[in-house]
Design a protein around this ligand. Structure first.
Ligand code: KIV
Length: 252
């Protein structure tokens, strides 16, 4: 299991694949860390699966700081990735200042969405000595501009963009790149091209690792689960059962 980001190149070369999960609170982070999960991501998906927002664009820096602090309190081993939320990295200066705030909460690295268009921000973060994780493919923070969540890598133009984005982020010095909702063959091609570790979600099985939104894995957010996410527990069902049993006990 991973104890430091410096082990990522060795894991890319020799395996095993990275198992990455999201965490938004202390108890979940502590359990995932104890279980040996390689990397924990305080994803801005928290806006949807914890705070009930329609998408991630309402997540603020204050929310990310609050949840990153809680997660880092629960972790003694796994490096924590913290998301820079929507509109928190409009300029390189803003990106560095907000990345520092997340690092001050205990994060090991920060992630933002975008490729070539975000290079000034990415380079500034890395130049400030902050380990960086890229995120390309389907970008949830752009859902309004894009008019929905769309798989990437289906056309020659889209493939060219993805390859250019991945190579730009890699050459800037990212430690890892999340590949979200990308045609599997393209994710495989990117994984072979870059030195950074690729972490896939809805991008096939041939990436250097996989990330899942933990409530999707646990079945604790029953109202929506993406088709590629296999629920391996039914926490929602078990919660309802326990609550009903308690109510029946109290009310009998
Ligand atoms: O916010 C998040 O949970 C993410 C994953 C979907 C990779 O960025």
């Amino acid at each position: 299991m991973l104890t430091s980001l410096s082990q990522l190149p060795q894991r890319k070369a020799c395996g095993p694949k990275l198992a990455v999960l999201t965490a938004y609170d202390y108890p979940t982070a502590r359990m995932l860390d104890d279980a040996g999960v390689d990397l924990l991501l305080v994803g801005d998906s928290l806006g949807m699966v914890v705070l009930g927002m329609p998408d991630t664009t309402g997540v603020t820096m204050e929310m990310m700081l609050h949840h990153t602090t809680a997660v880092c309190r629960g972790v003694t081993r796994a490096p924590v990735i913290a998301d820079l939320p929507f509109a928190s990295y409009l300029t390189p200066e803003m990106a560095v200042a907000n990345a520092r705030r997340l690092m001050d909460c205990g994060a090991a690295c920060v992630k933002l969405e975008g490729g070539v268009g975000m290079l000034p921000q990415i380079r500034a973060i890395i130049a400030a000595g902050i380990p960086f994780v890229g995120h390309i493919g389907m970008l949830p923070q752009s859902v309004k501009e894009e008019g929905g969540y769309k798989k990437k890598g289906k056309t020659a133009e889209s493939i060219d963009h993805l390859l250019a984005d991945a190579q730009a982020i890699d050459q800037a010095g990212a430690v890892a790149i999340v590949l979200e909702s990308i045609v599997p063959a393209v994710a495989t091609q990117i994984t072979g091209l870059v030195k950074s570790s690729t972490i896939g979600i809805g991008a096939g099985t041939d990436t250097d690792g996989q990330v899942l939104v933990t409530p999707d894995l646990l079945g604790s957010f029953p109202w929506f689960r993406p088709p590629f996410a296999k629920a391996r527990a039914d926490v929602a069902g078990e919660t309802l059962r326990a609550v009903r049993e308690y109510m029946a006990d109290v009310q009998s």
